[in-house]
Ligand binder design. Structure first.
Ligand code: DLZ
Length: 299
């Protein structure tokens, strides 16, 4: 399964690297996790959506890296101001173009933050073209804090769910120090601990993990109903997203299958759903705070 694509640019000198890094941060690309070895370093810069596109039959491209924007006038102004502050006046000529129509029903301008390294920013002419229709969360857990509640009952299963949840968070860019694990006796106690964690407001999302096996659990229905009701209620009343990773199975074999043996790992799935919901909440909140439509993705 393809997860992503990276367009890399090897800076010609350390100074060029630093300049480009400052430039891209200034125009709003989100810094990813930078890395450094004795001989090299890298600084990922993230955009909400990206693609690598093969082209044929195009006579002229403004640049090899095209960055789609909204409010191109503002971006142009910001880029111009950045250049004026960063480059000596006598070296400014030709470093930024005016906004002009392209061959693909758009407007674009180009900028060379470093001489010879050119980028184009562009925007569709038709403001409704590609209008995003749906709010959708990212699966990046970077900077998110999580509380995980895991039941000890049926530990052979729930420990696997926990490993799956940790795997989901860490592989999505989360940090170990941002994860609090709380162990409780059984599924019955999961909702109460989840609520206690959520009420502290120290966590962006809560992940609940447990395992009820019908054949081995007296009052299975009663326990299950209460667990799911309690977790749902905690989520609704605290406003903190709760991932639901409490298995309800007929047999131990079925539970094992859902804990990573055959049918995926429900702990992983609960963690990933929680990450997505934290981001969905953030996007909705950001839209409400700005008094405008939230950031949306093409449906
Ligand atoms: C008592 C009990 C039973 C019979 N079965 C399960 C189960 O399958 N899964 C689970 O997580 N917990 C079980 N428990 C324990 C209760 O959830 C609870 O921890 C105890 O009743 C103590 O309150």
């Amino acid at each position: 399964m393809i997860k992503g694509i990276t367009f890399v640019h090897a800076a010609s000198t350390p100074a060029v690297y630093d300049t480009l890094h400052r430039y891209f941060s200034a125009v709003g690309l989100e810094p990813g996790r930078a890395w450094q070895t004795d001989v090299s370093r890298g600084a990922p810069l993230l955009a909400p959506v990206g693609s690598f596109e093969l082209l044929d039959g195009i006579a002229h491209l403004p640049a090899e890296v095209l960055i789609e924007v909204t409010a191109i006038d503002d971006v142009h102004l910001a880029a111009k101001q950045w250049l004026e502050q960063s480059v000596a006046a006598q070296d400014l000529a030709g470093r930024i173009s005016n906004i002009a129509p392209t061959t693909w029903k758009s407007f674009a301008f180009t900028i060379e933050p470093v001489p010879g390294v050119r980028f184009a920013f562009w925007q569709w002419q038709d403001p409704l073209r590609g209008k995003p229709l749906a709010i959708e969360g990212d699966l990046s857990a970077a900077g998110m804090r999580f509380g995980i509640v895991v039941a000890r009952w049926n530990a052979v299963i729930t420990e696997r769910l926990l490993q799956g949840a940790l795997d989901g968070i860490l592989r999505s860019g989360g940090n170990r120090q941002d994860i609090e694990i709380v162990r409780v006796p059984g599924a019955w106690e999961v909702a109460s601990a989840a609520r206690a964690l959520a009420e502290t407001k120290r966590y962006d999302g809560i992940i609940t993990l447990g395992c009820l096996i019908r054949g081995e659990t007296a009052h299975y229905e009663a326990i299950y109903n209460e667990v799911s009701r309690g977790i749902g209620q905690s989520q609704q009343e605290t406003g903190v997203p709760h991932g639901f990773g409490v298995l309800t199975c007929e047999t131990l074999e079925q539970a094992l299958n859902r804990a990573g043996i055959k049918a995926g790992n429900k702990g992983f799935e609960a963690a990933v759903a929680t990450i997505e919901m934290v981001d969905v909440h953030r996007r909705i909140d950001a839209g409400a705070a700005a008094g405008s439509e939230p950031d949306r993705r093409p449906a």
